[in-house]
Structures are given as structure tokens and as C-alpha cells.
Write a protein that binds this ligand. Sequence first.
Ligand code: 2IT
Length: 444
Amino acid sequence: MYNLNEFMADLEKKNPAQPEFIQAAKEVVESIIDIVNGNPVYVKAKILERITEPDRTISFKVEWEDDNGDVQVNKGYRVQFNNAIGPYKGGIRFHPSVTLGTLKFLGFEQTFKNSLTTLPMGGGKGGSDFNPKGRSDAEILRFCRSFMTELQKYIGPETDVPAGDIGVGGREIGYMYGQYKRLKDENTGVLTGKGIKWGGSLIRPEATGYGAMYFADEMVKAKGDTMKGKTIAVSGFGNVAWGACIKATELGAKVVVISGPDGYVYDEKGVGTKEKWDYMIELRNSNKDIVAPYAEKFGAKFFPGKKAWEVKVDMACPCAFQNELNLDDAKKLIANGVKYVIEVSNMGCTAEAVTEFINSKIPFAPGKAANAGGVATSGLEMSQNSMKYSWSAEEVDAKLKTIMINIHGACIKEGKSGDYINYVKGANIAGFKKVADAMIELGY
Ligand code: 2IT
């Protein structure tokens, strides 16, 4: 039988100085420990020790030359967390905050998220402490080439299929895939999030945000409510926030707050138009501040240095970074009458914030359920690559929607108690069971 505190103390001792990994593991272990203790097969199989230990962590050196001719050295990683149900699958993050501990948290989360998609994908994550901000196109190209020269030794279409994440979009996937093809002479689609002309899937760029709003729509319906007229606050201005704003608007809701590192804007006319997003993407691509120029151009109110969570809205959607929404933010949102919280970034809320939402009976969707549409559509890209075929946007979108509805159903099945759906518990139990059962059936 497992004891939560003893197990967590031991895990922390084995993984020192990795607070994000411990946070992610604790949330899952808390949700599943009763199920594990109630099943002697899980206990005998030492399933908790096995599921919290990555299969493999790979660390390598990335050397490249900047535009001044100076040599630069970065750290590169790939964490191959668990391949019980399919090839390792998960994004690559380029951000100065990236450490092995960050990627272990993300790879661990990815394992359960990928299980929830119903597609055969294991969990992995990779990245580098390289900071792409302010770098020229030529520097990005040289960095990506060098990163892939090393990474290609460890990945393959049946082994490990990386994709994008923060700091890695279509351009970076292109440069990395180009180098992979140069070295291997293969057209196996080993990365997802590829360009549409060279093996990518329609809908992949918008899939994470679209999927999150399909999930939100299900949450709202489960309360006998509707998305129509709901006001939403969103943080972030990448592909994920963009997809969420567009789909939320299509569903009849209104995104009134959008935030970036320089503060947030309150735009009572709504953020979700193509013209507004094209402008934000133009600013982002030229490495400029986004929120202040947006406010000026579209006559919205700008709140410099403030977080999006102080505004009265019906729905809060963190779409930027881990732990971006803390206990104080949660209390402000609740005091202002927030009705739903959809975590679209990976572990976007601190553990204390999540507990506050759940104790206040606010429907709260964890990232591993709400943002699973991104990797699910990566799975659909893999299917299309294997078939040497491509589906229409409508076909991919319909499959994505069905997957999100099914994930919501799984959360209800495992997380509903009385009239409250605990989506954290539901997602963790549903994601865990499939991986754990597969591990047991496969032996060790
Ligand atoms: O966090 C995520 O699920 C992603 N960054 C997408 C991973 C993928 O393989 O598409």
C-alpha cells in the first residue's frame, strides 16, 4: 500500500531541485492513489515508482555561430518519458527557463494527456535553454540545424515524434525537419506541426486553441449553460491563444481581455477578429511589444504591468506559461464571479490556485485535458503521413471535436461526484489507467 507523503518524500529525494516535476507528479499521484491502493495488481507492479521515472533522459550540447561570428553553446534535451501505448510524442520548447526538470514535468504531463486523446502515443518532451527572442532568421536556422544534428540520433517515426511548443513554431519545425531529411534521406514525417506543403496537417496550428474551446463548450453544456455571450480573459498571444480566441468568438463568446508580458488590454469589442490577430502576429514576428500597440491601434484600454486575472469575466483561460495563475489571482477571479477556468497552458495554475477553484466548486479544466487537441491533431498528422494521404480541414476538425468531446466524457466518468465534476481527478484517473494497464500487460 502506498502512503502519499512517504511516496512524495521519496520522489523528491530522487529528483532534487525539480519543483515543477514534483508539482506535476504530486497532482497526479494525489488523484490516483486510492485507485492504486485499491488494486493489488498496481501495488505489486510498483506502478507509481515506474510511472514517475522517465524511460530515458537525453542531454546534449548545441554549438552554433551567431551573427557576430561568436560561438554560442546551449543545452539540448529530450526526455523520453513513457512509450507503453505508442512512440514518445511531445513538443520541443526553446526558452531560457528550460531545464531538465521543466522537461520532465512536461513529459510526465504529456504521457497522461496523450493517453486521454485515445490515440496510440506515448509521452515525451524536449527543448533547449536557447532564447529565440531577438535572434535573426539566420541565427534561428543555424541553431535549429545544430540542435537537430544531435537530436536525430534519438528520434524516428516509430520511436519518438517531436513537435513544437513555446518558442518552436512552423519556421523552427521547418528548419529542423529540413536538417533531419538532409541527414537521413527520409520522408517519414518525423516531426509534427509541419508546413502544409511538406507533410503537415490542416488545422494543426489552431488545434490546441480550437480543442480547448470545444472542451469549454462541453463544460458549459454540462452545467446546462451556453458559450453565447460569455466574457473571457485570455493570457498569451501565440498560436494557442489565437486558436482559442477565434473559436470562442465562433461559439458566440467574447474575449475581452488579452495579456502579454507588458500588461493586458481590455477590449470591450472583443479580441477574436482576424484583423486584430494578424496585427498581433505581425508585432510578435518583429519582436515588438504586443499589448500596448494593440490598445493604441484598436482603441482598447491598456493596463501596463498587470495580469489578466483582475478583470470580472465569466471564463478565465491561461494560455501562456506554467504557474502563470497563482492563489491571489484565483481569489480575485472567484471574488469577481468567474464561472469556468480552462487551463490551456501546461500546468498554467499553481497547485494552490487549482485547490482554491476546486474547493469553490468552480469547474476547472486541467491543461492535460483542455489542451490535448494540439497533440491529438499531431496524432492525426502522423496518421496522414503513414497513409501518404491528407484529410480536408473539415475532416480533421470533425475528428478533433470528437476527441475533445470524448476526453470530456472520460473526465465525467472518472471525476463526477454529486453534481460537481472534478476534471483534475477525472483526467488523471482516465489518463493513468490506460498507461498503467498497458505497462502491466507488457511486463518489465
Ligand atoms: O504541450 C503539448 O501538448 C504540445 N506542445 C504539443 C505536442 C505535440 O506533439 O503536438
